[in-house]
Design a protein around this ligand. Sequence first.
Ligand code: ATP
Ligand code: MG
Length: 457
Amino acid sequence: ERRFNIPHLTDIFKDLQPIPSTFCLRSRTPVSEDFADGYPSDAKWHGYINNNDRVLLKVIHYSSPTSAGAECIGPGCTWVEQWVHRAGPREKIYFKPEKVNAAIVTCGGLCPGLNDVIRQIVITLEIYGVKNIVGIPFGYRGFTDKGIKEMPLTRKVVQNIHLSGGSLLGVSRGGPTTKEIVDSMEERGINMLFVLGGNGTHAGANAIHDEVRKRRMKVVVVGVPKTIDNDILLLDKTFGFDTAVEEAQRAINSAYIEAHSAYHGVGLVKLMGRSSGFIAMHASLSSGQVDICLIPEVPFHLHGPHGVLRHLKYLLDSKGSAVICVAEGAGQNLIQKTNAKDASGNMILGDIGVHIQQEIKKYFKEIGIPADVKYIDPTYMIRAVRANASDGILCTVLGQNAVHGAFAGYSGITVGICNTHYVYFPIPEVISYPKVVDPNSRMWHRCLTSTGQPDFI
Ligand code: ATP
Ligand code: MG
């Protein structure tokens, strides 16, 4: 790899003093003789990022191994430092803009901000001087499905797409194998691929990166993490999350009004969060109207002296109404497993919202107390809204940085915001497992303080 003089991420760390628990990233660069020494960029950016620039992701001194969160470090070690690569334009680029054939694909479910990211990628590519940009419609399927035609993209096409939610390109689950995707890329001459999607999509992007390396193609694959659940490791937050929390709050507010206006009213809101309860936790924290927040990370019982239902009775007795917020992945042990999978191979979860609704009705009927349950599932309404202002800005920066990363010759990377700075990560570092709410974290404890709920176990 060295002989092609490609910016080599591991080099960046070779002169660093050893620090306990320092976290270094592995190389994620393509191999191609064409890369030579790079070319000076014609596009003039206001200042360049040096390949040696690093962002301190995390530095924390635990005064004792039992401090909150300290279990993530080794015995006797009380310092943690983590460094990552700073994102942004480089002085030397590794593609001649006139030779670039860029493609953008969006996969998985919808998330506010997809159009904002597509738009920024196209605009930034054009500023670099790229003329050939296409969108691959309907996710990875668009590479191989005969009836799907690629969509030429220009600034004019994308100018106003961020004004509505969804994805201009459409999304899908499942689809062709990695080999079929790379064959199709070779046929189309695509040498820059931007992939917007969640963990599944990124696993796919990483496999594409490995395959193009194996075939020694001069191709870069750059991801932009799309997860409304905010469940990507190491990143401060992912685009769409902020918007989702804001919309979720509206649903909670409606549930509160419904509950409050009924005799013994119970407002039940199911929110997104297959494996992590960030949306439910943050929406509960921000609305201040939730009495019980249930997330996948924290087990609970419905029945029994310490169960949710007994507490609900206490709430109806004492305040007259109650609001419950439950994440879709919570309490899966309480409902029958379906073993069904979606087209991408993800488990289809049982509906915990409907289950809790039925159990509440049954319980209050049995004890002879009236309860008026209103169940709200705002999932699809939330996913389809356009990004709010803060997500709009995040999408803009991520989209621009994806293009800068591609021109800098980085491949198999994804862009993100860490510790308030914008950075590049090797894909495997962030998708090895989903980020979850730590039940011992201060944030979860703050949520419990806010709702006033006991442990349901
Ligand atoms: P969401 O957060 O909305 O679930 P996702 O990216 O995880 O987004 P998936 O449906 O799991 O959504 O995957 C999207 C695409 O990635 C699908 O086309 C699927 O075939 C592909 N994919 C999923 N997992 C892998 C994998 N391990 N290797 C290669 N491709 C994958
Ligand atoms: Mg997924």
